[in-house]
Design a protein. Structure first.
Ligand code: SAH
Length: 220
């Protein structure tokens, strides 16, 4: 193995132990995935040395790749199974989509900014993530033709739970979405069963804005 890849593997192991497992993520599938996906390839070359740090990083277009722990927390909260079909709103760098694709059968991901969509698409193709289906559009209405989904993850902060997305969740489905104002949000988990929707609060978080018909209006 090349020296560089040994270094990144060691950094991933440290990230898993010190940031993810140490803070209570226990799902073995989730931990294994974070040991595997090359996070440094999802940021620009200039930021590669910081890729495994305990913080979000800029990915261009004023957007960010989330802090590793947040990606892990959201992934674990989705309670994923091998044969699940998952919808992600906010592809960004494509890192969260790659993490999901390591665990589930198929990932559908939507990104509204074309340059990020193209960049993520090229990278995920190069890394052979063929089970990720991508679209460039406003994802706040979901992806009706491909739904319903076993799990839905929104990786941008919404003013309210986007109701259209709940309609595209199967019975038994799980959804996580950051909800709040533009400066801070609470990570909300919703589960759907025969009796309806159940909500729990996983705690504070900070995401860029979900912009669209059922999110924030675009500001100039
Ligand atoms: N999951 C990403 C993090 C993305 S940051 C990763 O792993 O890197 C949030 C992303 O959501 C940004 O790229 C932003 O452009 C996108 N976004 C915001 N509103 C959106 C919308 N309505 N539909 C689709 N994508 C949206």
């Amino acid at each position: 193995m090349k020296k560089e890849s040994i270094k990144h593997e060691r950094q991933r192991e440290e990230m898993v132990q010190q940031q993810i497992a140490a803070r209570g993520i226990t799902d073995a599938k989730v931990l294994a995935t974070f040991r595997k996906v090359p996070r440094h390839l999802f940021v620009s070359e200039a930021l590669r040395d910081q890729a495994y740090g305990d913080y979000p990083l800029p990915i261009g277009e004023q957007q960010t790749i989330s802090q590793p722990y947040i990606v892990a927390e959201m992934t674990q909260a989705l309670e994923l199974n091998n044969d699940d079909r998952v919808l992600e709103i906010g592809t960004g760098s494509g890192y969260q989509a790659a993490i999901l694709a390591e665990i589930v059968y198929r990932v559908y991901t939507v990104e509204r900014i074309r340059t990020l969509y193209v960049q993520a698409r090229n990278l995920l193709d190069k890394l052979h993530y063929h089970s990720i289906v991508m679209r460039c559009s406003d994802g706040t209405s979901g992806w009706r033709d491909e739904g319903p989904f076993d799990a839905i993850i929104v990786t941008a902060g919404a003013p309210d739970v986007p109701e259209k997305l709940l309609d595209q969740l199967v019975e038994g489905g799980r959804m996580v979405v950051p909800v709040g104002n533009q400066h801070s949000q609470e990570l909300i988990k919703l589960t759907k069963d025969k009796s309806g929707i159940h909500k729990s609060n996983l705690g504070g978080c900070r995401f860029v804005k979900l912009i669209g018909a059922h999110g924030w209006k675009e500001s100039r």
